[in-house]
Design a protein around this ligand. Structure first.
Ligand code: NAD
Length: 332
């Protein structure tokens, strides 16, 4: 018995070390060695052990941390509120159970969800003072990020001044990404120059945003989508759908692929529709995000250590993600 436990424990220690190593390669160095679905499989195995043995969880487990370390080369920014990740589900059954549990958590049989595509980029926090863009930072380890203000200014989608009525101090969050064309061009140029290729558009975007030389970032053609307003309720916004409309009306880029789903069938329709159509979009997506539409539920449901309990990411199956990579290769 002891031997079996010992073996399991050794495996758990190996998983923590291995996931931390891959996390550093991915988040800090923007140079992953393994595919995301391989990483996800190791993570799920580790989480299973931690669920069964909560007393043995290591302090440095990746289940306790968001993202990776912050590079010293950049000024550090402490986020006013932590920037979290999202819990993943990998099947429609898991999604059903997750959404159902969240509804039960607010004492309802079902609640409306705002469905969005998951953009394969990296999260940024954007600060505006009196409508003027003043600061951008990466998620970093969730608490402290890197100041990438100057590089964000090279992103053409970002309005440096917002339209309409805006609060004095405003924090938004969104995703910086590289379009499929930009990614193909960048890798083609790197291949010609004999430089290592970026594994995917997300790593290319992250590597480009974290360039100390802004003229390099400027050439990378980074793009932006916004999807979150900090303290939205204090601006009279009471649903994620309203938030997306509000951002758009302020001149901010918001992706078109979203809908409010009143029923589970509508939520699944969104998933079905975009599982195929997303390949024709000019940017890469690796899943769909479901957010409780009413912000009052965000407060009731609250957050786990690294993920909110009011939003979840459905990851498209690996074979579909492979098809996505192939379609990028074809356009190279
Ligand atoms: P995540 O990418 O799975 O999900 C959370 C992020 O989704 C948010 O932080 C936000 O940036 C983003 N997002 C995109 N569209 C969004 C939308 N519409 N609304 C809200 N958020 C949206 O979480 P993560 O912690 O950034 O990274 C985990 C992922 O990174 C996993 O998929 C994992 O496979 C991959 N990873 C891979 C390796 C590797 O070695 N291949 C290593 C570490 C992590």
């Amino acid at each position: 018995m002891f031997c079996v436990e010992r073996e399991k424990l050794d495996r758990y220690y190996w998983l923590v070390d291995e996931l931390n190593r891959h996390g550093r390669l991915y988040y800090v160095l923007d140079a992953p060695e393994i595919e995301d679905d391989e990483y996800d499989a190791l993570m799920r195995e580790m989480l299973q052990f931690e669920r069964e043995h909560p007393d043995l969880i290591r302090d440095d487990s990746p289940s306790k941390r968001v993202g990776g370390a912050v590079l010293d080369a950049f000024e550090k920014v402490t986020h006013a509120k932590p920037m979290l990740s999202l819990e993943d589900v990998f099947s429609k059954n898991e999604l059903h159970d997750w959404l159902q549990r969240a509804a039960e958590g607010v004492g309802q049989p079902w609640i409306p969800w705002c469905c969005e595509l998951k953009i394969d980029g990296l999260a940024v926090s954007l600060i505006f003072e009196d409508g003027k863009f003043v600061q951008a930072s990466t998620r970093g380890d969730g608490v402290v990020g890197e100041d990438v203000t100057e590089n964000l200014k090279t992103v053409k989608d970002l309005p440096l001044r917002l339209l309409g009525d805006v609060p004095g101090h405003l924090e938004l969050r969104g995703e910086v990404y590289m379009g499929k064309d930009g990614f193909a061009q960048l890798n083609a140029a790197r291949e010609e120059a004999g430089l290592p290729l970026f594994a995917n558009p997300r790593n290319a975007a992250a590597g480009s945003l974290r360039q100390l030389d802004t003229s390099v970032a400027a050439k990378r053609n980074l793009r932006l989508f916004t999807y979150y307003v900090q303290d939205a309720e204090s601006y009279g916004l009471h649903s994620q759908s309203e938030i997306l409309e509000w951002l758009k009306a302020r001149g901010l880029p918001v992706q078109k692929a979203w809908r409010r789903a009143e029923t589970e069938t509508e939520a699944l329709d969104f998933l079905e529709r975009w599982s195929g159509e997303r390949f024709s979009l000019p940017y890469a997506t690796d899943g769909a995000v479901f957010k409780a539409d009413a912000t009052e539920y965000w407060t009731v449901l609250g957050n786990n250590v690294k993920t909110p309990r009011w939003a979840v990411a459905y990851k498209y199956p690996p074979e579909e993600r492979k098809t996505k990579l192939e379609s990028i290769e074809i356009s190279l």
